[in-house]
Design a protein around this ligand. Structure first.
Ligand code: GLV
Length: 346
């Protein structure tokens, strides 16, 4: 008898023409509408699945996979995967994959756009104009901060950070960065970026961009003490994860004139934004759209589908998903989740 096709859960509507590829190998249950799931609903959806295609909205940990006896792979549509408890997935022998590279340049473009909008007060100026405040051209209207000739600090110098550094060269900015590990000298030269310690980065940056992964170690890395080390004229931009910033402390610094402006694409409790930030005029707020160009969002879904198909043992890359997250940990644990055929795991 033919083996049953693996069952795959697709948690949100993505691009139908891309997700359709899963149907060649798997039985697919896909959400028809954008959905917000309770932990119990996620657990129920995963309980009968061999694979899942999820977004950063779905938080998956030990409780959600407790009844997922067949689950072999979770393909996350996103480069960040802090919505997944990798320790719990490792313990259960479940592979996680993400979507790096395909979103690097689009996200770096957006980081720069948000920086420019924030430093030059673009959205604030537009709001002011639309509200009918513009009575006469004046020299002192909406004075902002220059990008050219300024010092750009980048916290987190992975692929996206490097993309931002390359763009900054075109604006004649001095680029400083801090990262867990220093980049090779060739890469530093190519990015025209100099490595500094965290405190120095805070103190010297005219504009500070956050592009580092969120983890327990980086939780609230920008807190009241870090903000106090920044120049009062500085701009802070966060395109990584909301949990990197202590938002009430940021709102306090912005309201008290201890920081000039902030551009935020991500929030600790998103989609909720704290009222203290919403009330401020010197903050540009966008709804987590840094990778949201049509081409890039399609490429992310396509890569996630490739990962799922390969991890379930099908297609040209059977057993070799292109961008695994925890393959090394699973291999070290002697787990054979990768490289298996489509056979059901347990
Ligand atoms: C989006 O935030 C991503 O991690 O891809």
């Amino acid at each position: 008898m033919a083996e049953p096709r693996p069952r795959v859960w697709v948690s949100q509507p993505l691009f139908d023409d891309i997700v359709e590829r899963l149907g060649e190998y798997c039985q697919v249950t896909a959400a028809a509408e954008v959905a917000e799931y309770s932990p119990a609903q996620i657990a129920a959806a995963l309980a009968g699945a061999d694979g899942a295609l999820v977004t950063l909205n779905e938080r998956i940990g030990a409780a959600e996979i407790a009844a997922a006896a067949r689950l072999r792979v979770i393909a996350n549509v996103g480069v960040g995967y802090n919505n997944l408890d990798i320790g719990a997935l490792n313990a259960a022998g479940i592979l996680a994959t993400n979507t790096p590279d395909v979103l690097t340049e689009t996200t770096a473009d957006f980081g720069f756009a948000l920086l420019m909008a924030t430093a030059r007060r673009i959205t604030e100026a537009e709001r002011w104009l639309r509200e009918g405040h513009w009575q006469q051209w004046s020299f002192s209207t909406m004075l902002g901060a220059d990008l050219h000739g300024s010092t750009l600090g980048i916290l987190g110098m992975g692929r996206i950070g490097q993309g931002i550094a390359r763009r900054a060269a075109g604006f004649d900015m001095r680029v400083l960065y801090h990262n867990r590990s220093r980049l090779p000298q060739d890469t530093e030269r190519e990015c025209r970026a100099a490595y500094v310690g965290f405190d120095e980065l805070l103190a010297q940056s005219d504009h500070l961009l956050l592009v580092l992964p969120y983890s327990l170690q980086s939780h609230h890395i920008i807190d009241a003490a870090a903000l106090a080390q920044m120049k009062p004229t500085a701009t802070l931009v966060n395109i990584a994860r909301g949990g990197l910033v202590d938002e009430p402390a940021l709102a306090d610094a912005l309201a008290g004139g201890r920081l000039a402006a902030a551009g935020l694409d991500v929030y600790e409790g998103e989609p909720a934004v704290i009222p203290e930030l919403l009330a401020l005029r010197n903050v540009v707020l966008t709804p987590h759209i840094a990778s949201a160009s049509l081409a890039t969002r399609r490429a992310m879904v396509s890569l996630a589908v490739d990962n799922l198909i390969a991890a379930l043992g099908f297609g040209a890359d059977a057993g070799r998903p292109p961008t695994p997250v925890n393959a090394a940990a699973l291999a070290a644990a002697g787990n054979a989740a990768i490289g298996k055929t489509a056979a059901i795991k347990r």
